[in-house]
Design a protein around this ligand. Structure first.
Ligand SMILES: C[S@@+](CC[C@H](N)C(=O)[O-])C[C@H]1O[C@@H](n2cnc3c(N)ncnc32)[C@H](O)[C@@H]1O
Ligand SMILES: Nc1nc2[nH]cc(C(=O)O)c2c(=O)[nH]1
Ligand code: SF4
Ligand SMILES: [Mg+2]
Length: 250
């Protein structure tokens, strides 16, 4: 039986610019569609008739437009080729988007095959906990956001984040919070307490918002104050911006 196809935006090789895997080379598979509309989002998420941009040579940006929906065999043969040509270079496959868990039916068929090639890293908005429970066995590392209202504009997600993290904590997981000058202390306290109630060793990344012009959108001292607040609850709190944007990596 043929594997389900997926609506993808792009497939490319780059340096992970965020979170605990920062600096490692990854194959990025970007799914289309999202169930949130974060105010700061730097990624087009709508599903359109546009083709998927598939890079041919890892990191050289020689993209070939590929009709959507894309077949799994297309992605597997691409990554297998990169593994043969550039052995030992890629640490893992980043499954990202948009919100990749919206494509959970596809992922249930794709992840086992992709994971035969490289470990799977899931980049997610951290709210689709039932779906995560169905896929968690096929995922190695999870980077989940906690969406705070001050920067994302999203509200009412705390319980979903809690349920999500309770499942994600079965694997290697870290949490990212996008912080800005409008972020309030109660948000950092609430997020830190939520994480600590599950496991105070789960790393928290305070990720400064990157503004459209590329400026880091938080006062330096304010970031330090948020780190100090989070450190009252958690063992490992890092301030890491989106570094790929500072070194012209995709
Ligand atoms: C584009 S999202 C895709 C995965 C998933 N939908 C999510 O929100 O985690 C990947 C990461 O980029 C972050 N991000 C997007 N726009 C950003 C911005 N302007 N500044 C800082 N981080 C941003 C998100 O918060 C998330 O951690
Ligand atoms: N280099 C690089 N690192 C990233 N980390 C998370 C990203 C994302 O958009 O999912 C991303 C991305 O788009 N590029
Ligand atoms: S959940 Fe992720 S992809 Fe969706 S709008 Fe927010 S940052 Fe963008
Ligand atoms: Mg990105």
């Amino acid at each position: 039986m043929s594997k389900p196809t997926a609506e993808l935006a792009e497939v490319f090789s780059s340096v992970q610019g965020e979170g605990m895997l920062i600096g490692l080379r990854q194959v990025f598979v970007r799914f289309r569609g999202c169930n949130l509309t974060c105010d700061y989002c730097d990624t087009p998420t709508e599903i359109t008739a546009e083709p998927c941009l598939v890079e041919q040579t890892p990191g050289r940006r020689d993209f070939v437009p590929t009709a959507n929906p894309v077949a799994l065999d297309r992605i597997v043969s691409l990554i297998d080729g990169w593994q043969r040509g550039w052995p030992g270079v890629h640490h893992s496959i980043s499954i990202t988007g948009g919100e990749p868990l919206l494509s959970h039916t596809v992922l249930s068929a794709w992840l086992p095959e992709l994971r035969n090639i490289l470990p799977v890293y899931l980049e997610t908005n951290g709210i689709m906990h039932s779906v995560l429970g169905l896929l968690i066995d096929h995922i190695d590392i999870i980077g989940m956001d906690i969406k705070i209202p001050s920067t994302s504009g999203c509200t009412g997600l705390w319980d979903d984040h809690r349920s999500f993290l309770q499942i994600a904590a079965r694997k290697n997981v870290f949490v990212k919070i996008i912080v800005g000058d409008e972020t309030e202390e109660w948000e950092i306290i609430r997020a830190s307490e939520l994480i600590a109630a599950i496991n105070s060793h789960i790393p928290l990344i305070l990720q400064p918002v990157t503004e459209p012009g590329g400026r880091v959108g938080i006062n330096p001292v304010r970031a330090l104050e948020f780190q100090e607040i989070a450190c009252r609850h958690l063992d490992e709190v890092r301030i890491i911006p989106q570094t790929h944007k500072f070194m012209a990596q995709l």
